[in-house]
Design a protein around this ligand. Structure first.
Ligand SMILES: C[S@@+](CC[C@H](N)C(=O)[O-])C[C@H]1O[C@@H](n2cnc3c(N)ncnc32)[C@H](O)[C@@H]1O
Length: 190
């Protein structure tokens, strides 16, 4: 069987450095919360790909770590960080066999990646007052993306249930059939 790392390395090998930093709207809409974070001001971008979220967080002054199974994607991320004038840490790790690096993290974020085993680790890794940002495809995505693996979509209500120990700052949890992603921004109680 082809590993996740081989598949994604091949995909990223065919890519080039993005012409612009892609700012994730969920992060941008909580920019004031991010800017107001206290120490340690560390951030973990889970399944970071080419590290756009990590680079954005580094530009907001956080010590950002980008983790992905694809060393090729992370290398593009390091180039992106350099071009944007910031430094990020990168960690090449396969989350199918590795736990998330221990925090405490001021921010844990994850975009367009679903491994339900990670949910408790994401919440537990947050520092008191730390922020979780998570967005990925939900069940409504399958209406158009018929080849998409149904195991990798969120069910309605899943995020609120899985992150019930956190204080929700914003949530879209699959109630709207016209919205093909679900997202949550939530805070670890201080
Ligand atoms: C759709 S991309 C999303 C990348 C990035 N978060 C974004 O939104 O642009 C999914 C990412 O998950 C990573 N990934 C897939 N399986 C993984 C695994 N087992 N361990 C770590 N990363 C994995 C891939 O390398 C890829 O970068």
């Amino acid at each position: 069987m082809v590993s996740d790392a081989s598949r994604w390395n091949e995909k990223y090998a065919a890519a080039s450095l993005a012409p612009m930093l892609r700012v994730e709207p969920l992060l941008e809409s909580h920019q004031r919360d991010i800017d107001g974070l206290l120490t340690p001001r560390t951030a973990l971008d889970v399944a970071a790909g080419t590290c756009h979220a990590a680079v954005y967080l580094a530009k907001r002054g956080l010590h950002a770590t980008a983790l992905d199974c694809s060393a090729v994607g992370l290398a593009l991320g390091e180039q992106l960080a350099k071009r944007e004038g910031v430094a990020i840490e990168t960690v090449t790790a396969d989350l199918a066999v590795t736990e998330l690096p221990g925090g405490p993290w001021s921010v844990v974020c994850c975009f367009r990646y679903l491994d339900r085993n990670l949910f408790p680790q994401m919440a537990a890794g947050l520092a008191p007052g730390g922020l979780l940002f998570y967005r990925t495809f939900n069940v409504h995505h399958l209406k158009k993306a018929t080849a998409f693996n149904p195991e990798y979509v969120l069910q309605p209500g899943e995020l609120a249930r899985e992150f019930s120990t956190l204080e929700i700052r914003s949530l879209s949890d699959g109630d709207d059939p016209g919205e093909n992603t679900s997202w949550i921004a939530a805070r670890q109680p201080a």
